[in-house]
Design a protein around this ligand. Sequence first.
Ligand code: NAD
Ligand code: A1AUG
Length: 543
Amino acid sequence: MHNAYFDFAAPANEPVYAYAPGSPEKAALKKQLAAFKATQADIPMYINGQEVRTGKTVDLRPPHEHQHKLGHFHYGDASHVNAAIDAALAARAQWAAMPWEQRAAIFLKAAELIAGKYRYHMNAATMLGQSKNAYQAEIDSACELIDFLRFNVHYVSEIYRQQPVSSAGVHNRLEYRGLEGFVLAVTPFNFTAIAGNLPASAAMCGNVVVWKPADTQVFAAHEFMKIMIEAGLPAGVINLVYVDGPVLGDVVFKHPDFAGIHFTGSTGVFQQMWKTIGENIQRYKTYPRIVGETGGKDFVVAHKSADPAVVATALARGAFEYQGQKCSAASRAYLPGNIAQEVKEKLVAQLKTMKVGTTEDFSNFINAVIDERSFNKIAKYIDNAKQAEGVQIIAGGKYDKSVGYFIEPTVIETKDPKYVTMCEEIFGPVLTIHVYDENKFEEILEVVNTTSPYALTGSIIAQDRYAINLATDKLVNAAGNFYINDKPTGAVVGQQPFGGARASGTNDKAGSAMNLYRWMSARTIKETLVPPTDYKYPFVQEA
Ligand SMILES: NC(=O)c1ccc[n+]([C@@H]2O[C@H](COP(=O)([O-])OP(=O)(O)OC[C@H]3O[C@@H](n4cnc5c(N)ncnc54)[C@H](O)[C@@H]3O)[C@@H](O)[C@H]2O)c1
Ligand SMILES: N[C@@H](CCC=O)C(=O)O
C-alpha cells in the first residue's frame, strides 16, 4: 500500500568539516587512516549480492608511499562481466516495480551512513587509495557523494511529479520507466563521489547496473559498495566488477540488452566506446543512452582590471589542488601585461609555501599523482618544457618517484599561446601561463576559444563589467561551467550542475535533473473515460 504522494524536499548541501588541529573529526580521521594502514584488505567483486574472489589479485598501494601495501582486490575476466549482466537482468523486473519511496529510502539511508558512521571510512580510503589530502577527500568522498545521493532523490521526485494535461473525458499520464536492459557505469580514479554517483543515479531511476571503477580507485569504491548493501540495496541491482577495460567492452557492447553507458574518464576512451557502440547498433534491443563526461583544458583569463592577488589565488588553488588531477583544473592562464609580473610573483610565493608529501601528514597541501604511468607522462611534459624555445619554468619543475609519485607544483611560461602545454590535457600539477598585450583582450578571448578541442571549465577574472560581459559572450561555447572572479574548480551539487561540451562530453550535468532524464524512458498512457461507440464525426450531418 502506498496511497499518497510522498514528498522528498530539496535538501541542503552537506556541511564541510574543517579538520582543524585538535578537532574531534581530525582525531577520528587519523584513527581510521591508522586502522586501514594496519590491515591488509582483501577486496572482492560483488555480483548478485555475493562476494566474488578469483584468487587473481592486484595490490593496492598509496600513491604517496608505494612500498606500503593496503591489501589487494580480486581481478575478474569476461566470465564475471557476463555473470554481472545476468545478475542485473534477473534483478530488473522486481527492482523496476519497487515503489519509488522504497527505492529512494535506500539511497537516502546510504547518504546518512556516509554522513555519519562511515564518513571517516570513505575519506580515509580516498586519502590512502587516491592520495587526496583531508580537505580534498572531505569535499569529495563525504560531501559531494552525500549531496549526489540526496539531491538526486529530490530531482527524481520532481521529475515523477511532471504530468501532461488532460482534455475533457481523457486522463493522460506519463510513467518514467527505467531503461529496458542494463546500464554500464565506468568510473574514473579521481573522484570517489563520481564513482559512486554514476551507478547510483542510474539505479535510482529503476535501472540495473554493471559498475566498473578504475583500478586505482577500488579501495574507496569497495567502501561505497558495502555501504549501499548495508543501506538495503537488493542483490543484482548494482554489480561491481574489476576487469580490464577492453575485456569489459568486448562483452558489454555486444550484448543485446545493453541499454546505456554512464561514463566519466578520458576523451579517447569515451570516443572509442561511442564508435564501438555505433558499430554494434543493430545488435541492441533499444538505442543505448550514451552519457560521458570527459577531459578538459580549463582556462583562467585575467583582464587588465583584475586584482593580481585574486588571480594568483585562483591559479594556486584552481591549478594545484589535488595535484591538478581534476577535470576542471586550471591548466592554461592568460595574463595581461600590466599585472602579469605581480600575479607571477604572488603565485610563486604561494607555491613556495605548499608542502608536498603524504596525506597522513595534514600539513601537506600537495600529495602524489595517481600512479607511475601518470607520473612519467607528466614528467615528460616538464622535461620537454625545460628544453623548448620561448618556454621557461618559473616555479617547480622537480619530481621524484623514489617514495611516492611526487611532482612539484610547476608553472611554465610560454610566449606561444599554442605551445603544447597550452593545448593538451596533462592531468597533473602543471600550469602554463601566456602573457598577452593588455590592450588586446578581445583577441585573446578568440585564442582562448580556439586553442583546445575541450569545453569543460573556465574563468574570467576582472573588475570591469564590460570585460566580464564580453568574455561571457565570446566564450559562450568554451566552457560548460563558466566562473566569474573564481577558480574554475569546486562545483557543488545543486548549485553548479557540472559538465562540459565539445570534446569534454555530452554535458548531461551530473547532479541535476538533466542527467537523470537520461536514465528514464517515458511511457505515455492515454485513458479515454467514456469511449465513443460510433465512428462518425459529431459534425457530419445526415444527407
Ligand atoms: N568531465 C568530467 O566530469 C570528468 C570528471 C572526472 C574525470 N574526468 C576525466 O577523466 C580522466 C581521468 O580519469 P581516468 O584516468 O580514470 O580516465 P580513464 O579514461 O583512463 O579511465 C576511466 C575509466 O575507463 C576505464 N577504461 C579505460 N580504458 C578502457 C577501455 N578501453 N574500455 C573500457 N573501459 C576503459 C578505466 O579503467 C576507468 O574505469 C581525465 O581525462 C579527466 O578529465 C572528467
Ligand atoms: N566537479 C569537480 C571536477 C570533477 C572532475 O574531475 C569540480 O568542479 O572541480
